[in-house]
Design a protein around this ligand. Sequence first.
Ligand code: TXA
Ligand code: MG
Length: 353
Amino acid sequence: MPPASTAEILPTHTPALFAAAVARAAELLRAGEVVALPTETVYGLAANALDERAVARIYAVKGRPAHNPIIVHVASLELARRCARAWPGRAEVLARAFWPGPLTLVLPRAAGIPDLVTAGGDTVGIRWPSHPFIQAVIQACGFPLAAPSANPANQLSPTSAAHVAKWLGEKIPLIVDGGHANVGIESTVVDLAVSPPRLLRPGMISALAINAALAGTGAELSKAGAGTGANAGANAGGTLRSPGQLEQHYSPRARLVVWSWVDEAELARRVRELCVPPARVTVVAHSQVPLGGGYGRVSVIPHDAEAFARALYGELHECDEAGAELIVVEAPPTTPEWQGIADRLRRAAAPRR
Ligand code: TXA
Ligand code: MG
């Protein structure tokens, strides 16, 4: 069991509570503290992006490897431009199409962005999140916020304040409760510092949508396939590894498998082959829902990419809390809007190192 949470947890569900929480978060951030804030994708562990010592605390709290750069969060195009040394037309087009929202743009870094934020690299990831709370905090502070997902390295990302409290509650002074994350998986990351641009991490803004927005600019996401020359390490669909993608990520503690089954008998047979008692098995299904089988838990999550993404991490957190030994997730469709979900499930299913 994780140690008990000692963090202050502030609600935001009335205008007065919202304003008080903004003031408290801004006060701590100005003082160089690290606080957990809601965003529409997952909760973030935020610090002043321009304060190297504050950013160092993010790495310490998360146990994050120093080679993994952190996304800088802004609340205006003007602040975004100040974080980048160059702002190509493609950045303007994508920012105007998808910001505020779950898209991170990787651009040449401005001189004021500390080395620690970029892990020593020459680029910086920038995102303007749509959650009103983090926007209000950035506006109150006047500086951008460096924020990775608010989980210990290699654990599942949090989509609620309770998820944050469970693992980091004794390490940070404040967790702001902004409700359940509406998108539910981490932002799409696009590298605009290279030509053609590259998809580094798929998310709920699909490659298809990005290419549609880029159409007028003459640019298109590179179609690099796995293991080809300079793009070695790319996944199917042209996703390249960004530093954080090398880590095993987004994993629940139980073993997770992603299967399709034609009927309950097939599912039962495959579970038997793994020698896990059905009572220790959780099934997360969206279309072939088992009605029998004696499974410890059967969750039905919607057969709709957006709703599925919103529910996914919450389900996996609950499976862990219920002490599941095996989580069987019904394979998602292979259409473009499911690409981000398929990526997270693939990572969650990767064997632990
Ligand atoms: O939705 C999100 O992006 C959430 C919320 C809090 O905004 N943040 C998030 O941060 O997922 P994190 O640190 O868990 O994942 C950021 C990913 C990592 O894979 C990291 O390597 C990559 O973005 N990244 C950040 N800056 C980069 C850069 N300059 N170049 C390449 N990849 C970068
Ligand atoms: Mg993360």
